[in-house]
Design a protein around this ligand. Sequence first.
Ligand code: AMP
Length: 565
Amino acid sequence: MIVGIDLGTTNSLVAVWDKGTSVLVTNALGQLLTPSVVGLDDQGRILVGQAARERLSTHPGLTTALFKRHMGSARTVQLGATPFRPEELSAMLLRSLKEDVERAHGKPVTDVVISVPAYFSDAQRKATRIAGELAGMTVTRLINEPTAAALAYGLPQRGGESSFLVFDLGGGTFDVSILELFDGVMEVRSSAGDNYLGGEDFDQLLVQRFLQTQAETPGFPATHAISEALQREAERVRIALGQAASCEFVLRLDGQQWQYSFTQQDLAQLFEPLLERLRNPVERALRDARIRIDELDQILMVGGATRMPLVRKLAASLFGRFPSVHLNPDETVAHGAAIQAALNARDAALEEVVLTDVCPYTLGIETSQRFGQRLEAGHYLPIIERNSTVPVSRVETVCTVDESQERVQVRIFQGESRLVRDNIALGALEIPVPPNTGGSVDLDVRFTYDNNGILECQVSIPLTGEQFELVIENNPGVLSPEEIATCLQNLAALKVHPREQQVNTLLVARLERLYQESLGEHRQQIDHWANLFQQALASQDERVIRQARKQLSERLDQFEHQGGF
Ligand code: AMP
């Protein structure tokens, strides 16, 4: 099977390459978008997607979301008594998507292409690969999300010549890439972005403003207890204000209700600082690609948050024209990942397309600089400059500073700052140098950055012919092979929530959430429905269960979206 996965911060999707085209695959609930939420059910089995999302507020100690933001770090999340790393949580999600494909196509999935934000660091990319491995797949390639989007848009026009800017604002990240398609070669010219800017940040602003409006209200609950409900309500209000002129932000809890009416104008004011932050990466990407806005043939909007009219308006004013939106912004990246997987597999329909990408940030080492007699450490020597086309291999020669020096520490950094303390440390390599040579010793430092965004560092000493390779040490964000083996064992020991029960679990979780959020008469009604559904489940008669599920789902939709029974 040729499979591509868009492993998103908020939602994930899987597409397969089938008979010359990419096709999205539905999950156990029949949906294309699987929320990137995982948790444990009441029996300690892994629960993924919409049902887990419903349990975020009712079972916060057993459920988690937004773990993509912590990929590449050693930060763990406790689910019940067990701590999980972001790779393990991602692996649970990936495994579920893999099973969706296996169910739909009846064939095992062994290889996969996974998309990552162009701005993901080395550690974040490695963590993504490891997550794929933990899910039982070989990650044949990581593809940058905007590159995937451009592939999805660009292929139909193969043979032509065009330049794109991909403006990708998802739930948690913002990426801008500039690509050129020429004679079947798609080249990423530059990419820039912000790893901490997405739809959820807009929601967070809305939550803060709502809390400000309630600051004086007596009896308002502690925020940590309601953060999930607030975030969900903020997202609902933000999306609704894409169309409606005003919308009530409502928090219901324990028999009480708090609310505040937001208008589109409030939103425009509130979001101004975040919208402003979208400008910078666009300008940098244009500068780095040495392209003017009027030279761009297309502006592609990707990522769910680009549906916000305020974002589209900003893009239109930035670019002086309306961007292309003819592909579904949620689905474009998954299609592109499947196309990349097909390119890897050399599918006949795609032979002519070659893809080149860039390294999104500068990579270099620490050096010392001499100021008169004084030697000052901590300076940055770039080796691979940002937006170099990959794969790329560059070498710089440095030398020892002291004749009696016996060792050199090569410290590797990523970033754009002059001093290494302002850049991100990736690792270090300790190298013995031949002593007493009567002068300084040269060292050739070679950096190789491959198509997957993985960095290798080699240091050689021409004087002796010795060579050293970097094993990135002291990077707690990257799991060692032993740790991967342990994670695999731990994950294998966990049972997965049965697939066929997912639709019922989703309804039970939804009823539980609404019960917690409601009050008085509404709460009694939900309790009644929950009991009805439990009785249907107890009958073990699939027909009865299906009918009850259908009826109750409709009533809950009415209850939630129209505010009544
Ligand atoms: P993605 O990471 O691409 O799945 O995008 C998820 C983000 O898109 C979330 O923050 C959603 O709130 C946001 N989103 C999805 N649909 C809409 C919409 N119609 N209007 C505004 N934001 C949306």
